[in-house]
Design a protein around this ligand. Structure first.
Ligand code: BGP
Length: 467
């Protein structure tokens, strides 16, 4: 079987990771600005200079047959303070960018929030604070109206769980709080309410485009499926990272199973999880109106029963074998023998993508469509003679995932597109510039782009619609 002619073969970007110009052209601050400066390991300037280089990147898309691009709008480029005053230069920048997409035959799939809440709102508690929800809705409304002639595919948020866990459990995103499950759950709920309100407004206003949300979904397998304790640990990890958000997205409420586990984890953390019935009404309404789910998937986890204290080490340098993840009350994520990993200890399990999309179809039969909005491999690419960048492991990684995806499509899952993370190299939030993902290599000194072997390979896949 082949991918259908209307299947979208795209590639993804995110504003803060590639644009550069993070504190110029009227853009307001985000928490990352100070955090990265203080950390001193790497800078978001000029990143891949997408703010100026986007015509080059879009031309490359066109030349390589890539007909969809994920772009995010930097909220603080439009509203420097998160709300109120508008920065017209930022507004015009995205007009030019979307027009350039269409000129090149590349459909923009636009995300409103990709890890970059304006600093003024972040400081006040980010999505744990209800004011941020209201500010997000105003920002969303503005974008829907302003870009209605240029954007037909919207996503409210990129990766709700990674935001929550990295901000409040793993501590790798500002404000770098660790092991606070209560805050993580509250922030996820806040984002889901903001998402729901934005979806409902988009539908109320009768715009002709479509709208959804992106979740990062890793399949959780028990390390020993015959050990009930491991099965329970995998279940808890799944509920916290996946099911809580899938329930909110497709049911519009949290099922009893989800709530039992979430309440248990929050209580163990010394907290409580409360929400307003009005939130549920919004969420239910949005669940019945959402057009698609964006699913980011890079890895799966094997989870083992764990009774000890919290211990997490993030491998942000690419030193293989240094990652640790033991979460009290949940379990321990382990590297299973025989399963390949990347240098950053991400387990490569292409079948996990298949298992997750099948699970969505079975557990949430009201889902309408799925786009794989990110998948790809972080790799220390090397630039060889004659501009050759041979990234065979990445090709193999993407190929296997596409094969499993095609099998899911054959079995009736409605997957409408696939976006490689990433279009060109850009920095990785908690890892920096040595973790490259691009189809196109970026020489950060000259900002020149070079197609990697994977770009030529992807071009052939797109042309023949098969892997
Ligand atoms: C997702 C994000 C992207 C991107 C990617 C790779 O979580 O949406 O922004 O960074 O993962 O992850 P990382 O950069 O941590 O390797």
């Amino acid at each position: 079987m082949k991918f259908s002619e209307d299947f979208v073969f795209g590639a993804a970007t995110a504003a803060y990771q590639c644009e550069g110009c993070t504190q110029s052209h009227g853009k307001g601050k985000v928490a990352w600005d100070d955090y990265l400066e203080k950390q001193g390991r790497f800078s978001p300037e000029p990143a891949s200079d997408f703010y100026h280089k986007y015509p080059v990147d879009l031309k490359l898309c066109n030349q390589f047959g890539i007909n969809g691009i994920r772009i995010s709008i930097a909220w603080s480029r439009i509203f420097p303070e998160g709300k109120g005053k508008i920065n017209d230069e930022g507004v015009q920048f995205y007009h030019k960018l979307f027009q350039e997409c269409h000129k090149n035959g590349v459909e923009p799939y636009v995300t409103l929030h990709h890890f970059d809440t304006p600093d003024a709102l972040h400081k006040e508690g980010d999505f744990i604070n209800r004011n941020t929800i209201e500010a997000f809705v105003e920002y969303a409304k503005f974008c829907f109206e302003e870009y209605k002639d240029e954007v037909s595919y919207w996503f409210t948020f990129n990766e709700v769980w990674p935001i929550a866990t990295n901000q409040y459990i793993e501590g790798t995103f500002p404000p770098c709080i660790t092991f606070d499950i209560t805050k993580a759950v509250a922030s996820m709920h806040g984002m889901m309410v903001a998402h729901a309100k934005a979806v409902n407004i988009y539908k109320e206003k009768g715009y002709s485009g479509k709208i959804g949300i992106i979740h990062s979904l890793d399949t959780k397998y028990p390390l020993d499926e015959n050990d009930e304790r491991d099965v329970l640990a995998a279940k808890k990890d799944d509920v916290l990272a996946n099911q809580f958000l899938l329930d909110a997205t497709f049911l519009g409420y949290y099922s009893n199973e989800t709530l039992d586990i979430i309440q248990e984890l929050v209580e163990l953390n010394g907290g409580t999880f409360n929400y307003d019935q009005k939130d549920i009404e919004e969420m239910k309404k949005a669940a019945s109106q959402i057009d698609y789910l964006g699913m980011n998937n890079y890895q799966s986890n094997f989870v083992r029963h764990y009774e000890g204290e919290n211990e997490i080490h993030h491998n942000g340098t690419g030193e293989k074998g240094t990652k640790k993840f033991k979460l009290k009350g949940v379990g321990e994520r382990v590297i299973k023998e025989g399963i390949p990993t990347t240098d950053w200890d991400w387990l490569i399990i292409p079948e996990g993508m298949y298992d997750m999309v099948k699970r969505i179809k079975n557990q949430y039969p009201n889902y309408k469509a799925i786009y794989i909005t990110e998948n790809g491999m972080g790799y220390k690419d090397t630039f060889e003679e004659n501009n050759v960048i041979d990234d065979e492991p990445r090709i193999d990684y993407i190929k296997q995932h596409l094969q499993w995806l095609l099998k899911a499509i054959e079995e009736g899952v409605n997957v409408k597109g696939y976006f490689v993370w990433s279009l060109m190299d850009m920095f990785s939030w908690s890892n920096g510039y040595n973790k490259r993902y691009g189809l196109f290599y970026v020489d950060y000194e000259t900002q020149e782009r070079f197609p990697k072997a994977s770009a030529y390979w992807y071009k052939r896949v797109i042309k023949h619609r098969e892997v």
